[in-house]
Design a protein around this ligand. Structure first.
Ligand SMILES: Cc1cc2nc3c(=O)[nH]c(=O)nc-3n(C[C@H](O)[C@H](O)[C@H](O)COP(=O)(O)OP(=O)(O)OC[C@H]3O[C@@H](n4cnc5c(N)ncnc54)[C@H](O)[C@@H]3O)c2cc1C
Length: 496
């Protein structure tokens, strides 16, 4: 793929900056329409916000409260598609909304029946009510004091980083060039001041590249404004970042396979406790005025908030000592467009598509759940703007995404049975997954494997550090790296 990037004879139709949900979705759409597609990501695929979500493919029950029916309907349609097109990766998950006031079952019941109704034929299973006893059967650790019962409903759950890799593979299988660890440092403009390409740098070797194409799409999440400023230093900011964190606890803090959704805490936030890979994800927060960075850190007050609120709803209350891992992500929220800022359109309240005077196209905001629709909108607009000829319409609504098969890892282990050894007894990944990730999924660093090809670092930081030595040795063997590289990788992990 680097050879393709280096080939100055290649003229790209679409060049995408950013390898999160938005950029990868655009790459899949563009490549499957037969367009010559290049995507570059400065770090690892999904290393920005897209590996740090609540892992829900959902309509967003809370948007109903705000009356955003269009957004909920669009998200539920995309949920239905993902359950079909990425059946290995997106699974139905049941939720209870506990009622501690007599009217809450009725109140949430009405909202959730409407949620079902909006999903139409793409609904999962019917919403209903549980008695107090049945609620506690599903969530044994729920606080029983004052509990009337609950409303239950269904949504989708996924592994966000793994879906991102599946999207990168699907784009590549359709002839796209998708590169991680290639950063865009500048934009190339022609004599008419139109953006025609990118100046990029391989973050591993330091090699510099230039690539030209018919259109450049900025899909850089919370970094959107920094790329817009490469085009026009005076361009108005369109992104308002907001931090959300999760803490990870052992499974006993739920005690079952059903998630809890608290739609309205005292301060009006939504709180989820979700079973994931044998642990519990608890989140999230909404903190404004945060710096834009690739590795945001949870703040102490955010952790305290989650522990305190979990304690209100759980019988066996978690303490700070029970936290196995924490992770923080930045939502790339779109500010309302400013008049006269040179931007032409805003597609919906959920995401924004901006065309700069130079022709740079920016897709920002939205949700993981709606990435496919965002991609369809972005590529459709790119075709309109450039007149690129393609006779293939968007086909991603029916496209199956390519995922890793367990048998592929088992086939590796036939030659070397040691590859069946687990990285941690309580988690599903094996040494074979490390080899597979390096050979087939472009894993370049220890953290690519521990955080995103497997999710150990997100689930149990101590377990990740414990298995880091054999993992990094195996990666060095596969990648042909030396002792200095191993030491550097371990140092980065220690400093996380
Ligand atoms: C706490 C939290 C929970 C969430 N939960 C959910 C959920 O449960 N369900 C849901 O649907 N949505 C959820 N979301 C929203 C969803 O995660 C985001 O909308 C989505 O991941 C944004 O993807 P993105 O590709 O736009 O941004 P990113 O994932 O941040 O990708 C942008 C990429 O651009 C790269 N980049 C930046 N500058 C450059 C450059 N110069 N050169 C090359 N690459 C560059 C970055 O490295 C980054 O990887 C959640 C968000 C947060 C923060």
């Amino acid at each position: 793929m680097l050879d393709q990037l280096a080939d100055s004879l290649v003229k790209w139709d679409i060049i995408i900056i950013g390898g999160g949900a938005t950029g990868l979705g655009i790459a899949v759409d563009s490549a499957t329409r037969g367009l010559k597609t290049l995507l570059v990501e400065q770090a690892d695929f999904s290393e920005g916000t897209s590996s740090r979500s609540t892992k829900l493919v959902h309509g967003g029950v809370r948007y109903l409260r705000g009356g955003e029916i269009g957004l909920v309907r669009e998200s539920l349609r995309e949920r239905g598609r993902l359950l079909k097109n990425a059946a290995n990766l997106v699974k139905p998950l049941s939720f209870v909304v506990p009622a501690y006031r007599w009217y809450e079952r009725f109140f949430y019941g009405v909202g959730l029946v409407m949620y079902d109704f909006l999903a139409g034929k793409l609904g999962i299973e019917k919403t209903g009510h549980f008695s107090k006893e049945k609620t506690l059967n599903h969530i044994p650790n729920l606080n029983p004091d004052g509990l009337y019962g609950s409303t239950f409903y269904w949504d989708g759950q996924f592994d966000d980083a793994r879906l991102a890799v599946a999207m990168a593979r699907t784009a590549a299988a359709n002839d796209a060039t998708v590169l991680n660890y290639v950063r865009v440092n500048g934009l190339i403009k022609n004599d008419s001041d139109k953006v025609v390409g990118i100046e990029a740098e391989d973050q591993i070797s330091g090699t510099k590249y230039e690539a030209v194409g018919k259109i450049v799409i900025n899909a850089t999440g919370v970094f959107t404004d920094s790329v817009r400023k490469m085009d026009d230093p005076k361009s108005a900011n369109v992104i308002q970042p907001s931090q959300g964190i999760h803490i990870v606890l052992d499974a006993e803090f739920l005690g079952g396979d059903t998630a809890i959704m608290i739609p309205n805490t005292d301060d009006g936030r939504v709180l989820f406790a979700i079973p994931w890979y044998g642990k519990v994800l608890l989140g999230t927060t909404d903190t404004g005025n945060v710096p834009v960075e690739l590795e945001p850190k949870p703040r102490q007050e955010e952790i305290d908030y989650l522990i305190e609120h979990a304690g209100r709803y759980l019988q066996n209350k978690p303490t700070h000592a029970d936290i196995r891992a924490t992770f923080a992500g930045l939502r790339p929220l779109v500010k309302p467009p400013e008049t006269g800022a040179g931007d032409t359109s805003k597609i919906s309240r959920s995401h924004g598509l901006f065309v700069s005077d130079s022709g740079l196209l920016t897709m920002a905001g939205g949700k993981w759940t709606t990435y496919r629709q965002m991609a369809e909108d972005a590529v459709g607009r790119a075709i309109e703007l450039t007149g690129i000829s393609t006779n293939q319409p968007c086909s991603t609504g029916e496209l199956t995404l390519l995922d890793r098969e367990d048998e592929e890892v088992e086939a590796l282990a036939k030659k070397d049975p040691a590859l069946l050894e687990k990285l941690d007894p309580a988690l599903p990944w094996r040494m074979g997954d490390v080899v597979y990730a390096v050979r087939n999924e472009m894993a370049q660093t220890l953290l690519d494997v521990l955080s995103r090809r497997t999710r150990i670092m997100f689930l149990d930081e101590t377990a990740a550090k414990k298995c880091s030595h054999p993992v990094v040795q195996l990666m060095a063997r596969e990648l042909g790296k030396n002792e200095a590289w191993i030491a550097e990788q371990l140092k980065i992990l220690r400093e996380m």
